[in-house]
Design a protein around this ligand. Structure first.
Ligand code: ATP
Length: 228
């Protein structure tokens, strides 16, 4: 099983550490501030007070053995850079670093981290997409302007064959999968499991309660939701 370290126990780092632990994963949580360490102490696998720019101290707690390190330092850009450099030297194979500003993100990318996350911006984008498309269940931004959304089958398509909906022609949006809840009486088709048809055919019949997984331009996805 992959093991994790979370360095910097602000709100973001703490939430990452706790969520990993909730999924039964092993987490080494580190902060230079003893109060922060105490606060998460009983909720993570190991919580250690340590300066994460100090390579020796990190070695002493076995940081070089983790598979993934999440560096969650916001405003203190210098600290985040130094910490990333230190854990790179230790040979941690996957490093995910939080950035607050573009500049910080760019530097972290240049250093060669596996991934830079911008939690505030990402949650703002998700919120705004949710507001623009209130019907959607899930939204994933694939690239700027393109997305995958999951939305309940609009009532006007109930009982139609997929090709009859003309979704692709009218909206330039592709239906990549259809999810169907099991029949409450028979449990069909898979003994109570949700059915996911990930290769829908034009002749598939759409039923009430189906959920469509759609891919397309954000503005086309939005148009589809608004007009149905
Ligand atoms: P959030 O917004 O998620 O609450 P934040 O981005 O404001 O957090 P910061 O206040 O920047 O978080 O700090 C993150 C944490 O990193 C702090 O708890 C701080 O004590 C810790 N930290 C700073 N420097 C080091 C270091 N050298 N080693 C370990 N921890 C550090």
């Amino acid at each position: 099983m992959r093991t994790f370290a979370v360095i910097g126990l602000g709100r973001f780092g703490t939430a990452v550490a706790e969520t990993l632990v909730e999924q039964d994963l092993e987490v080494l949580a580190i902060d230079i501030d003893a109060d922060k360490v105490d606060r998460v102490g009983d909720r993570v696998t190991h919580a250690v007070q340590c300066d994460a720019t100090d390579e020796k101290a990190l070695r002493a707690i076995g940081l070089e053995n983790v598979d993934v390190a999440v560096v969650s330092i916001g405003e203190a850009i210098e600290a985040s850079i130094l910490i990333v450099m230190t854990i790179m030297d230790l040979g941690v194979p996957e490093i995910i670093a939080k950035a607050v500003t573009n500049k910080q993100g760019k530097v972290l990318e240049k250093l060669g981290v596996s991934r830079v996350v911008y939690p505030e911006r990402e949650s703002a984008v998700r919120l705004a997409h949710g507001l623009a498309m209130p019907n959607q269940l899930e939204h994933l931004e694939l690239a700027k302007g393109f997305g995958v959304v999951e939305m309940p089958l609009p009532t006007r398509y109930v009982g139609m064959l997929l090709r009859e909906t003309m979704i692709r022609t009218h909206y330039d949006v592709n239906v990549v999968a259809i999810k169907r809840a099991p029949d409450p009486l028979t449990g069909a088709p898979y003994g109570g499991e949700e059915e996911v048809n990930f290769n829908p055919s034009p002749d598939d019949l759409l039923k009430e309660g189906d959920v469509l997984l759609l891919i397309g331009h954000e503005h086309d996805l939005q148009r589809l939701q608004e007009e149905t």
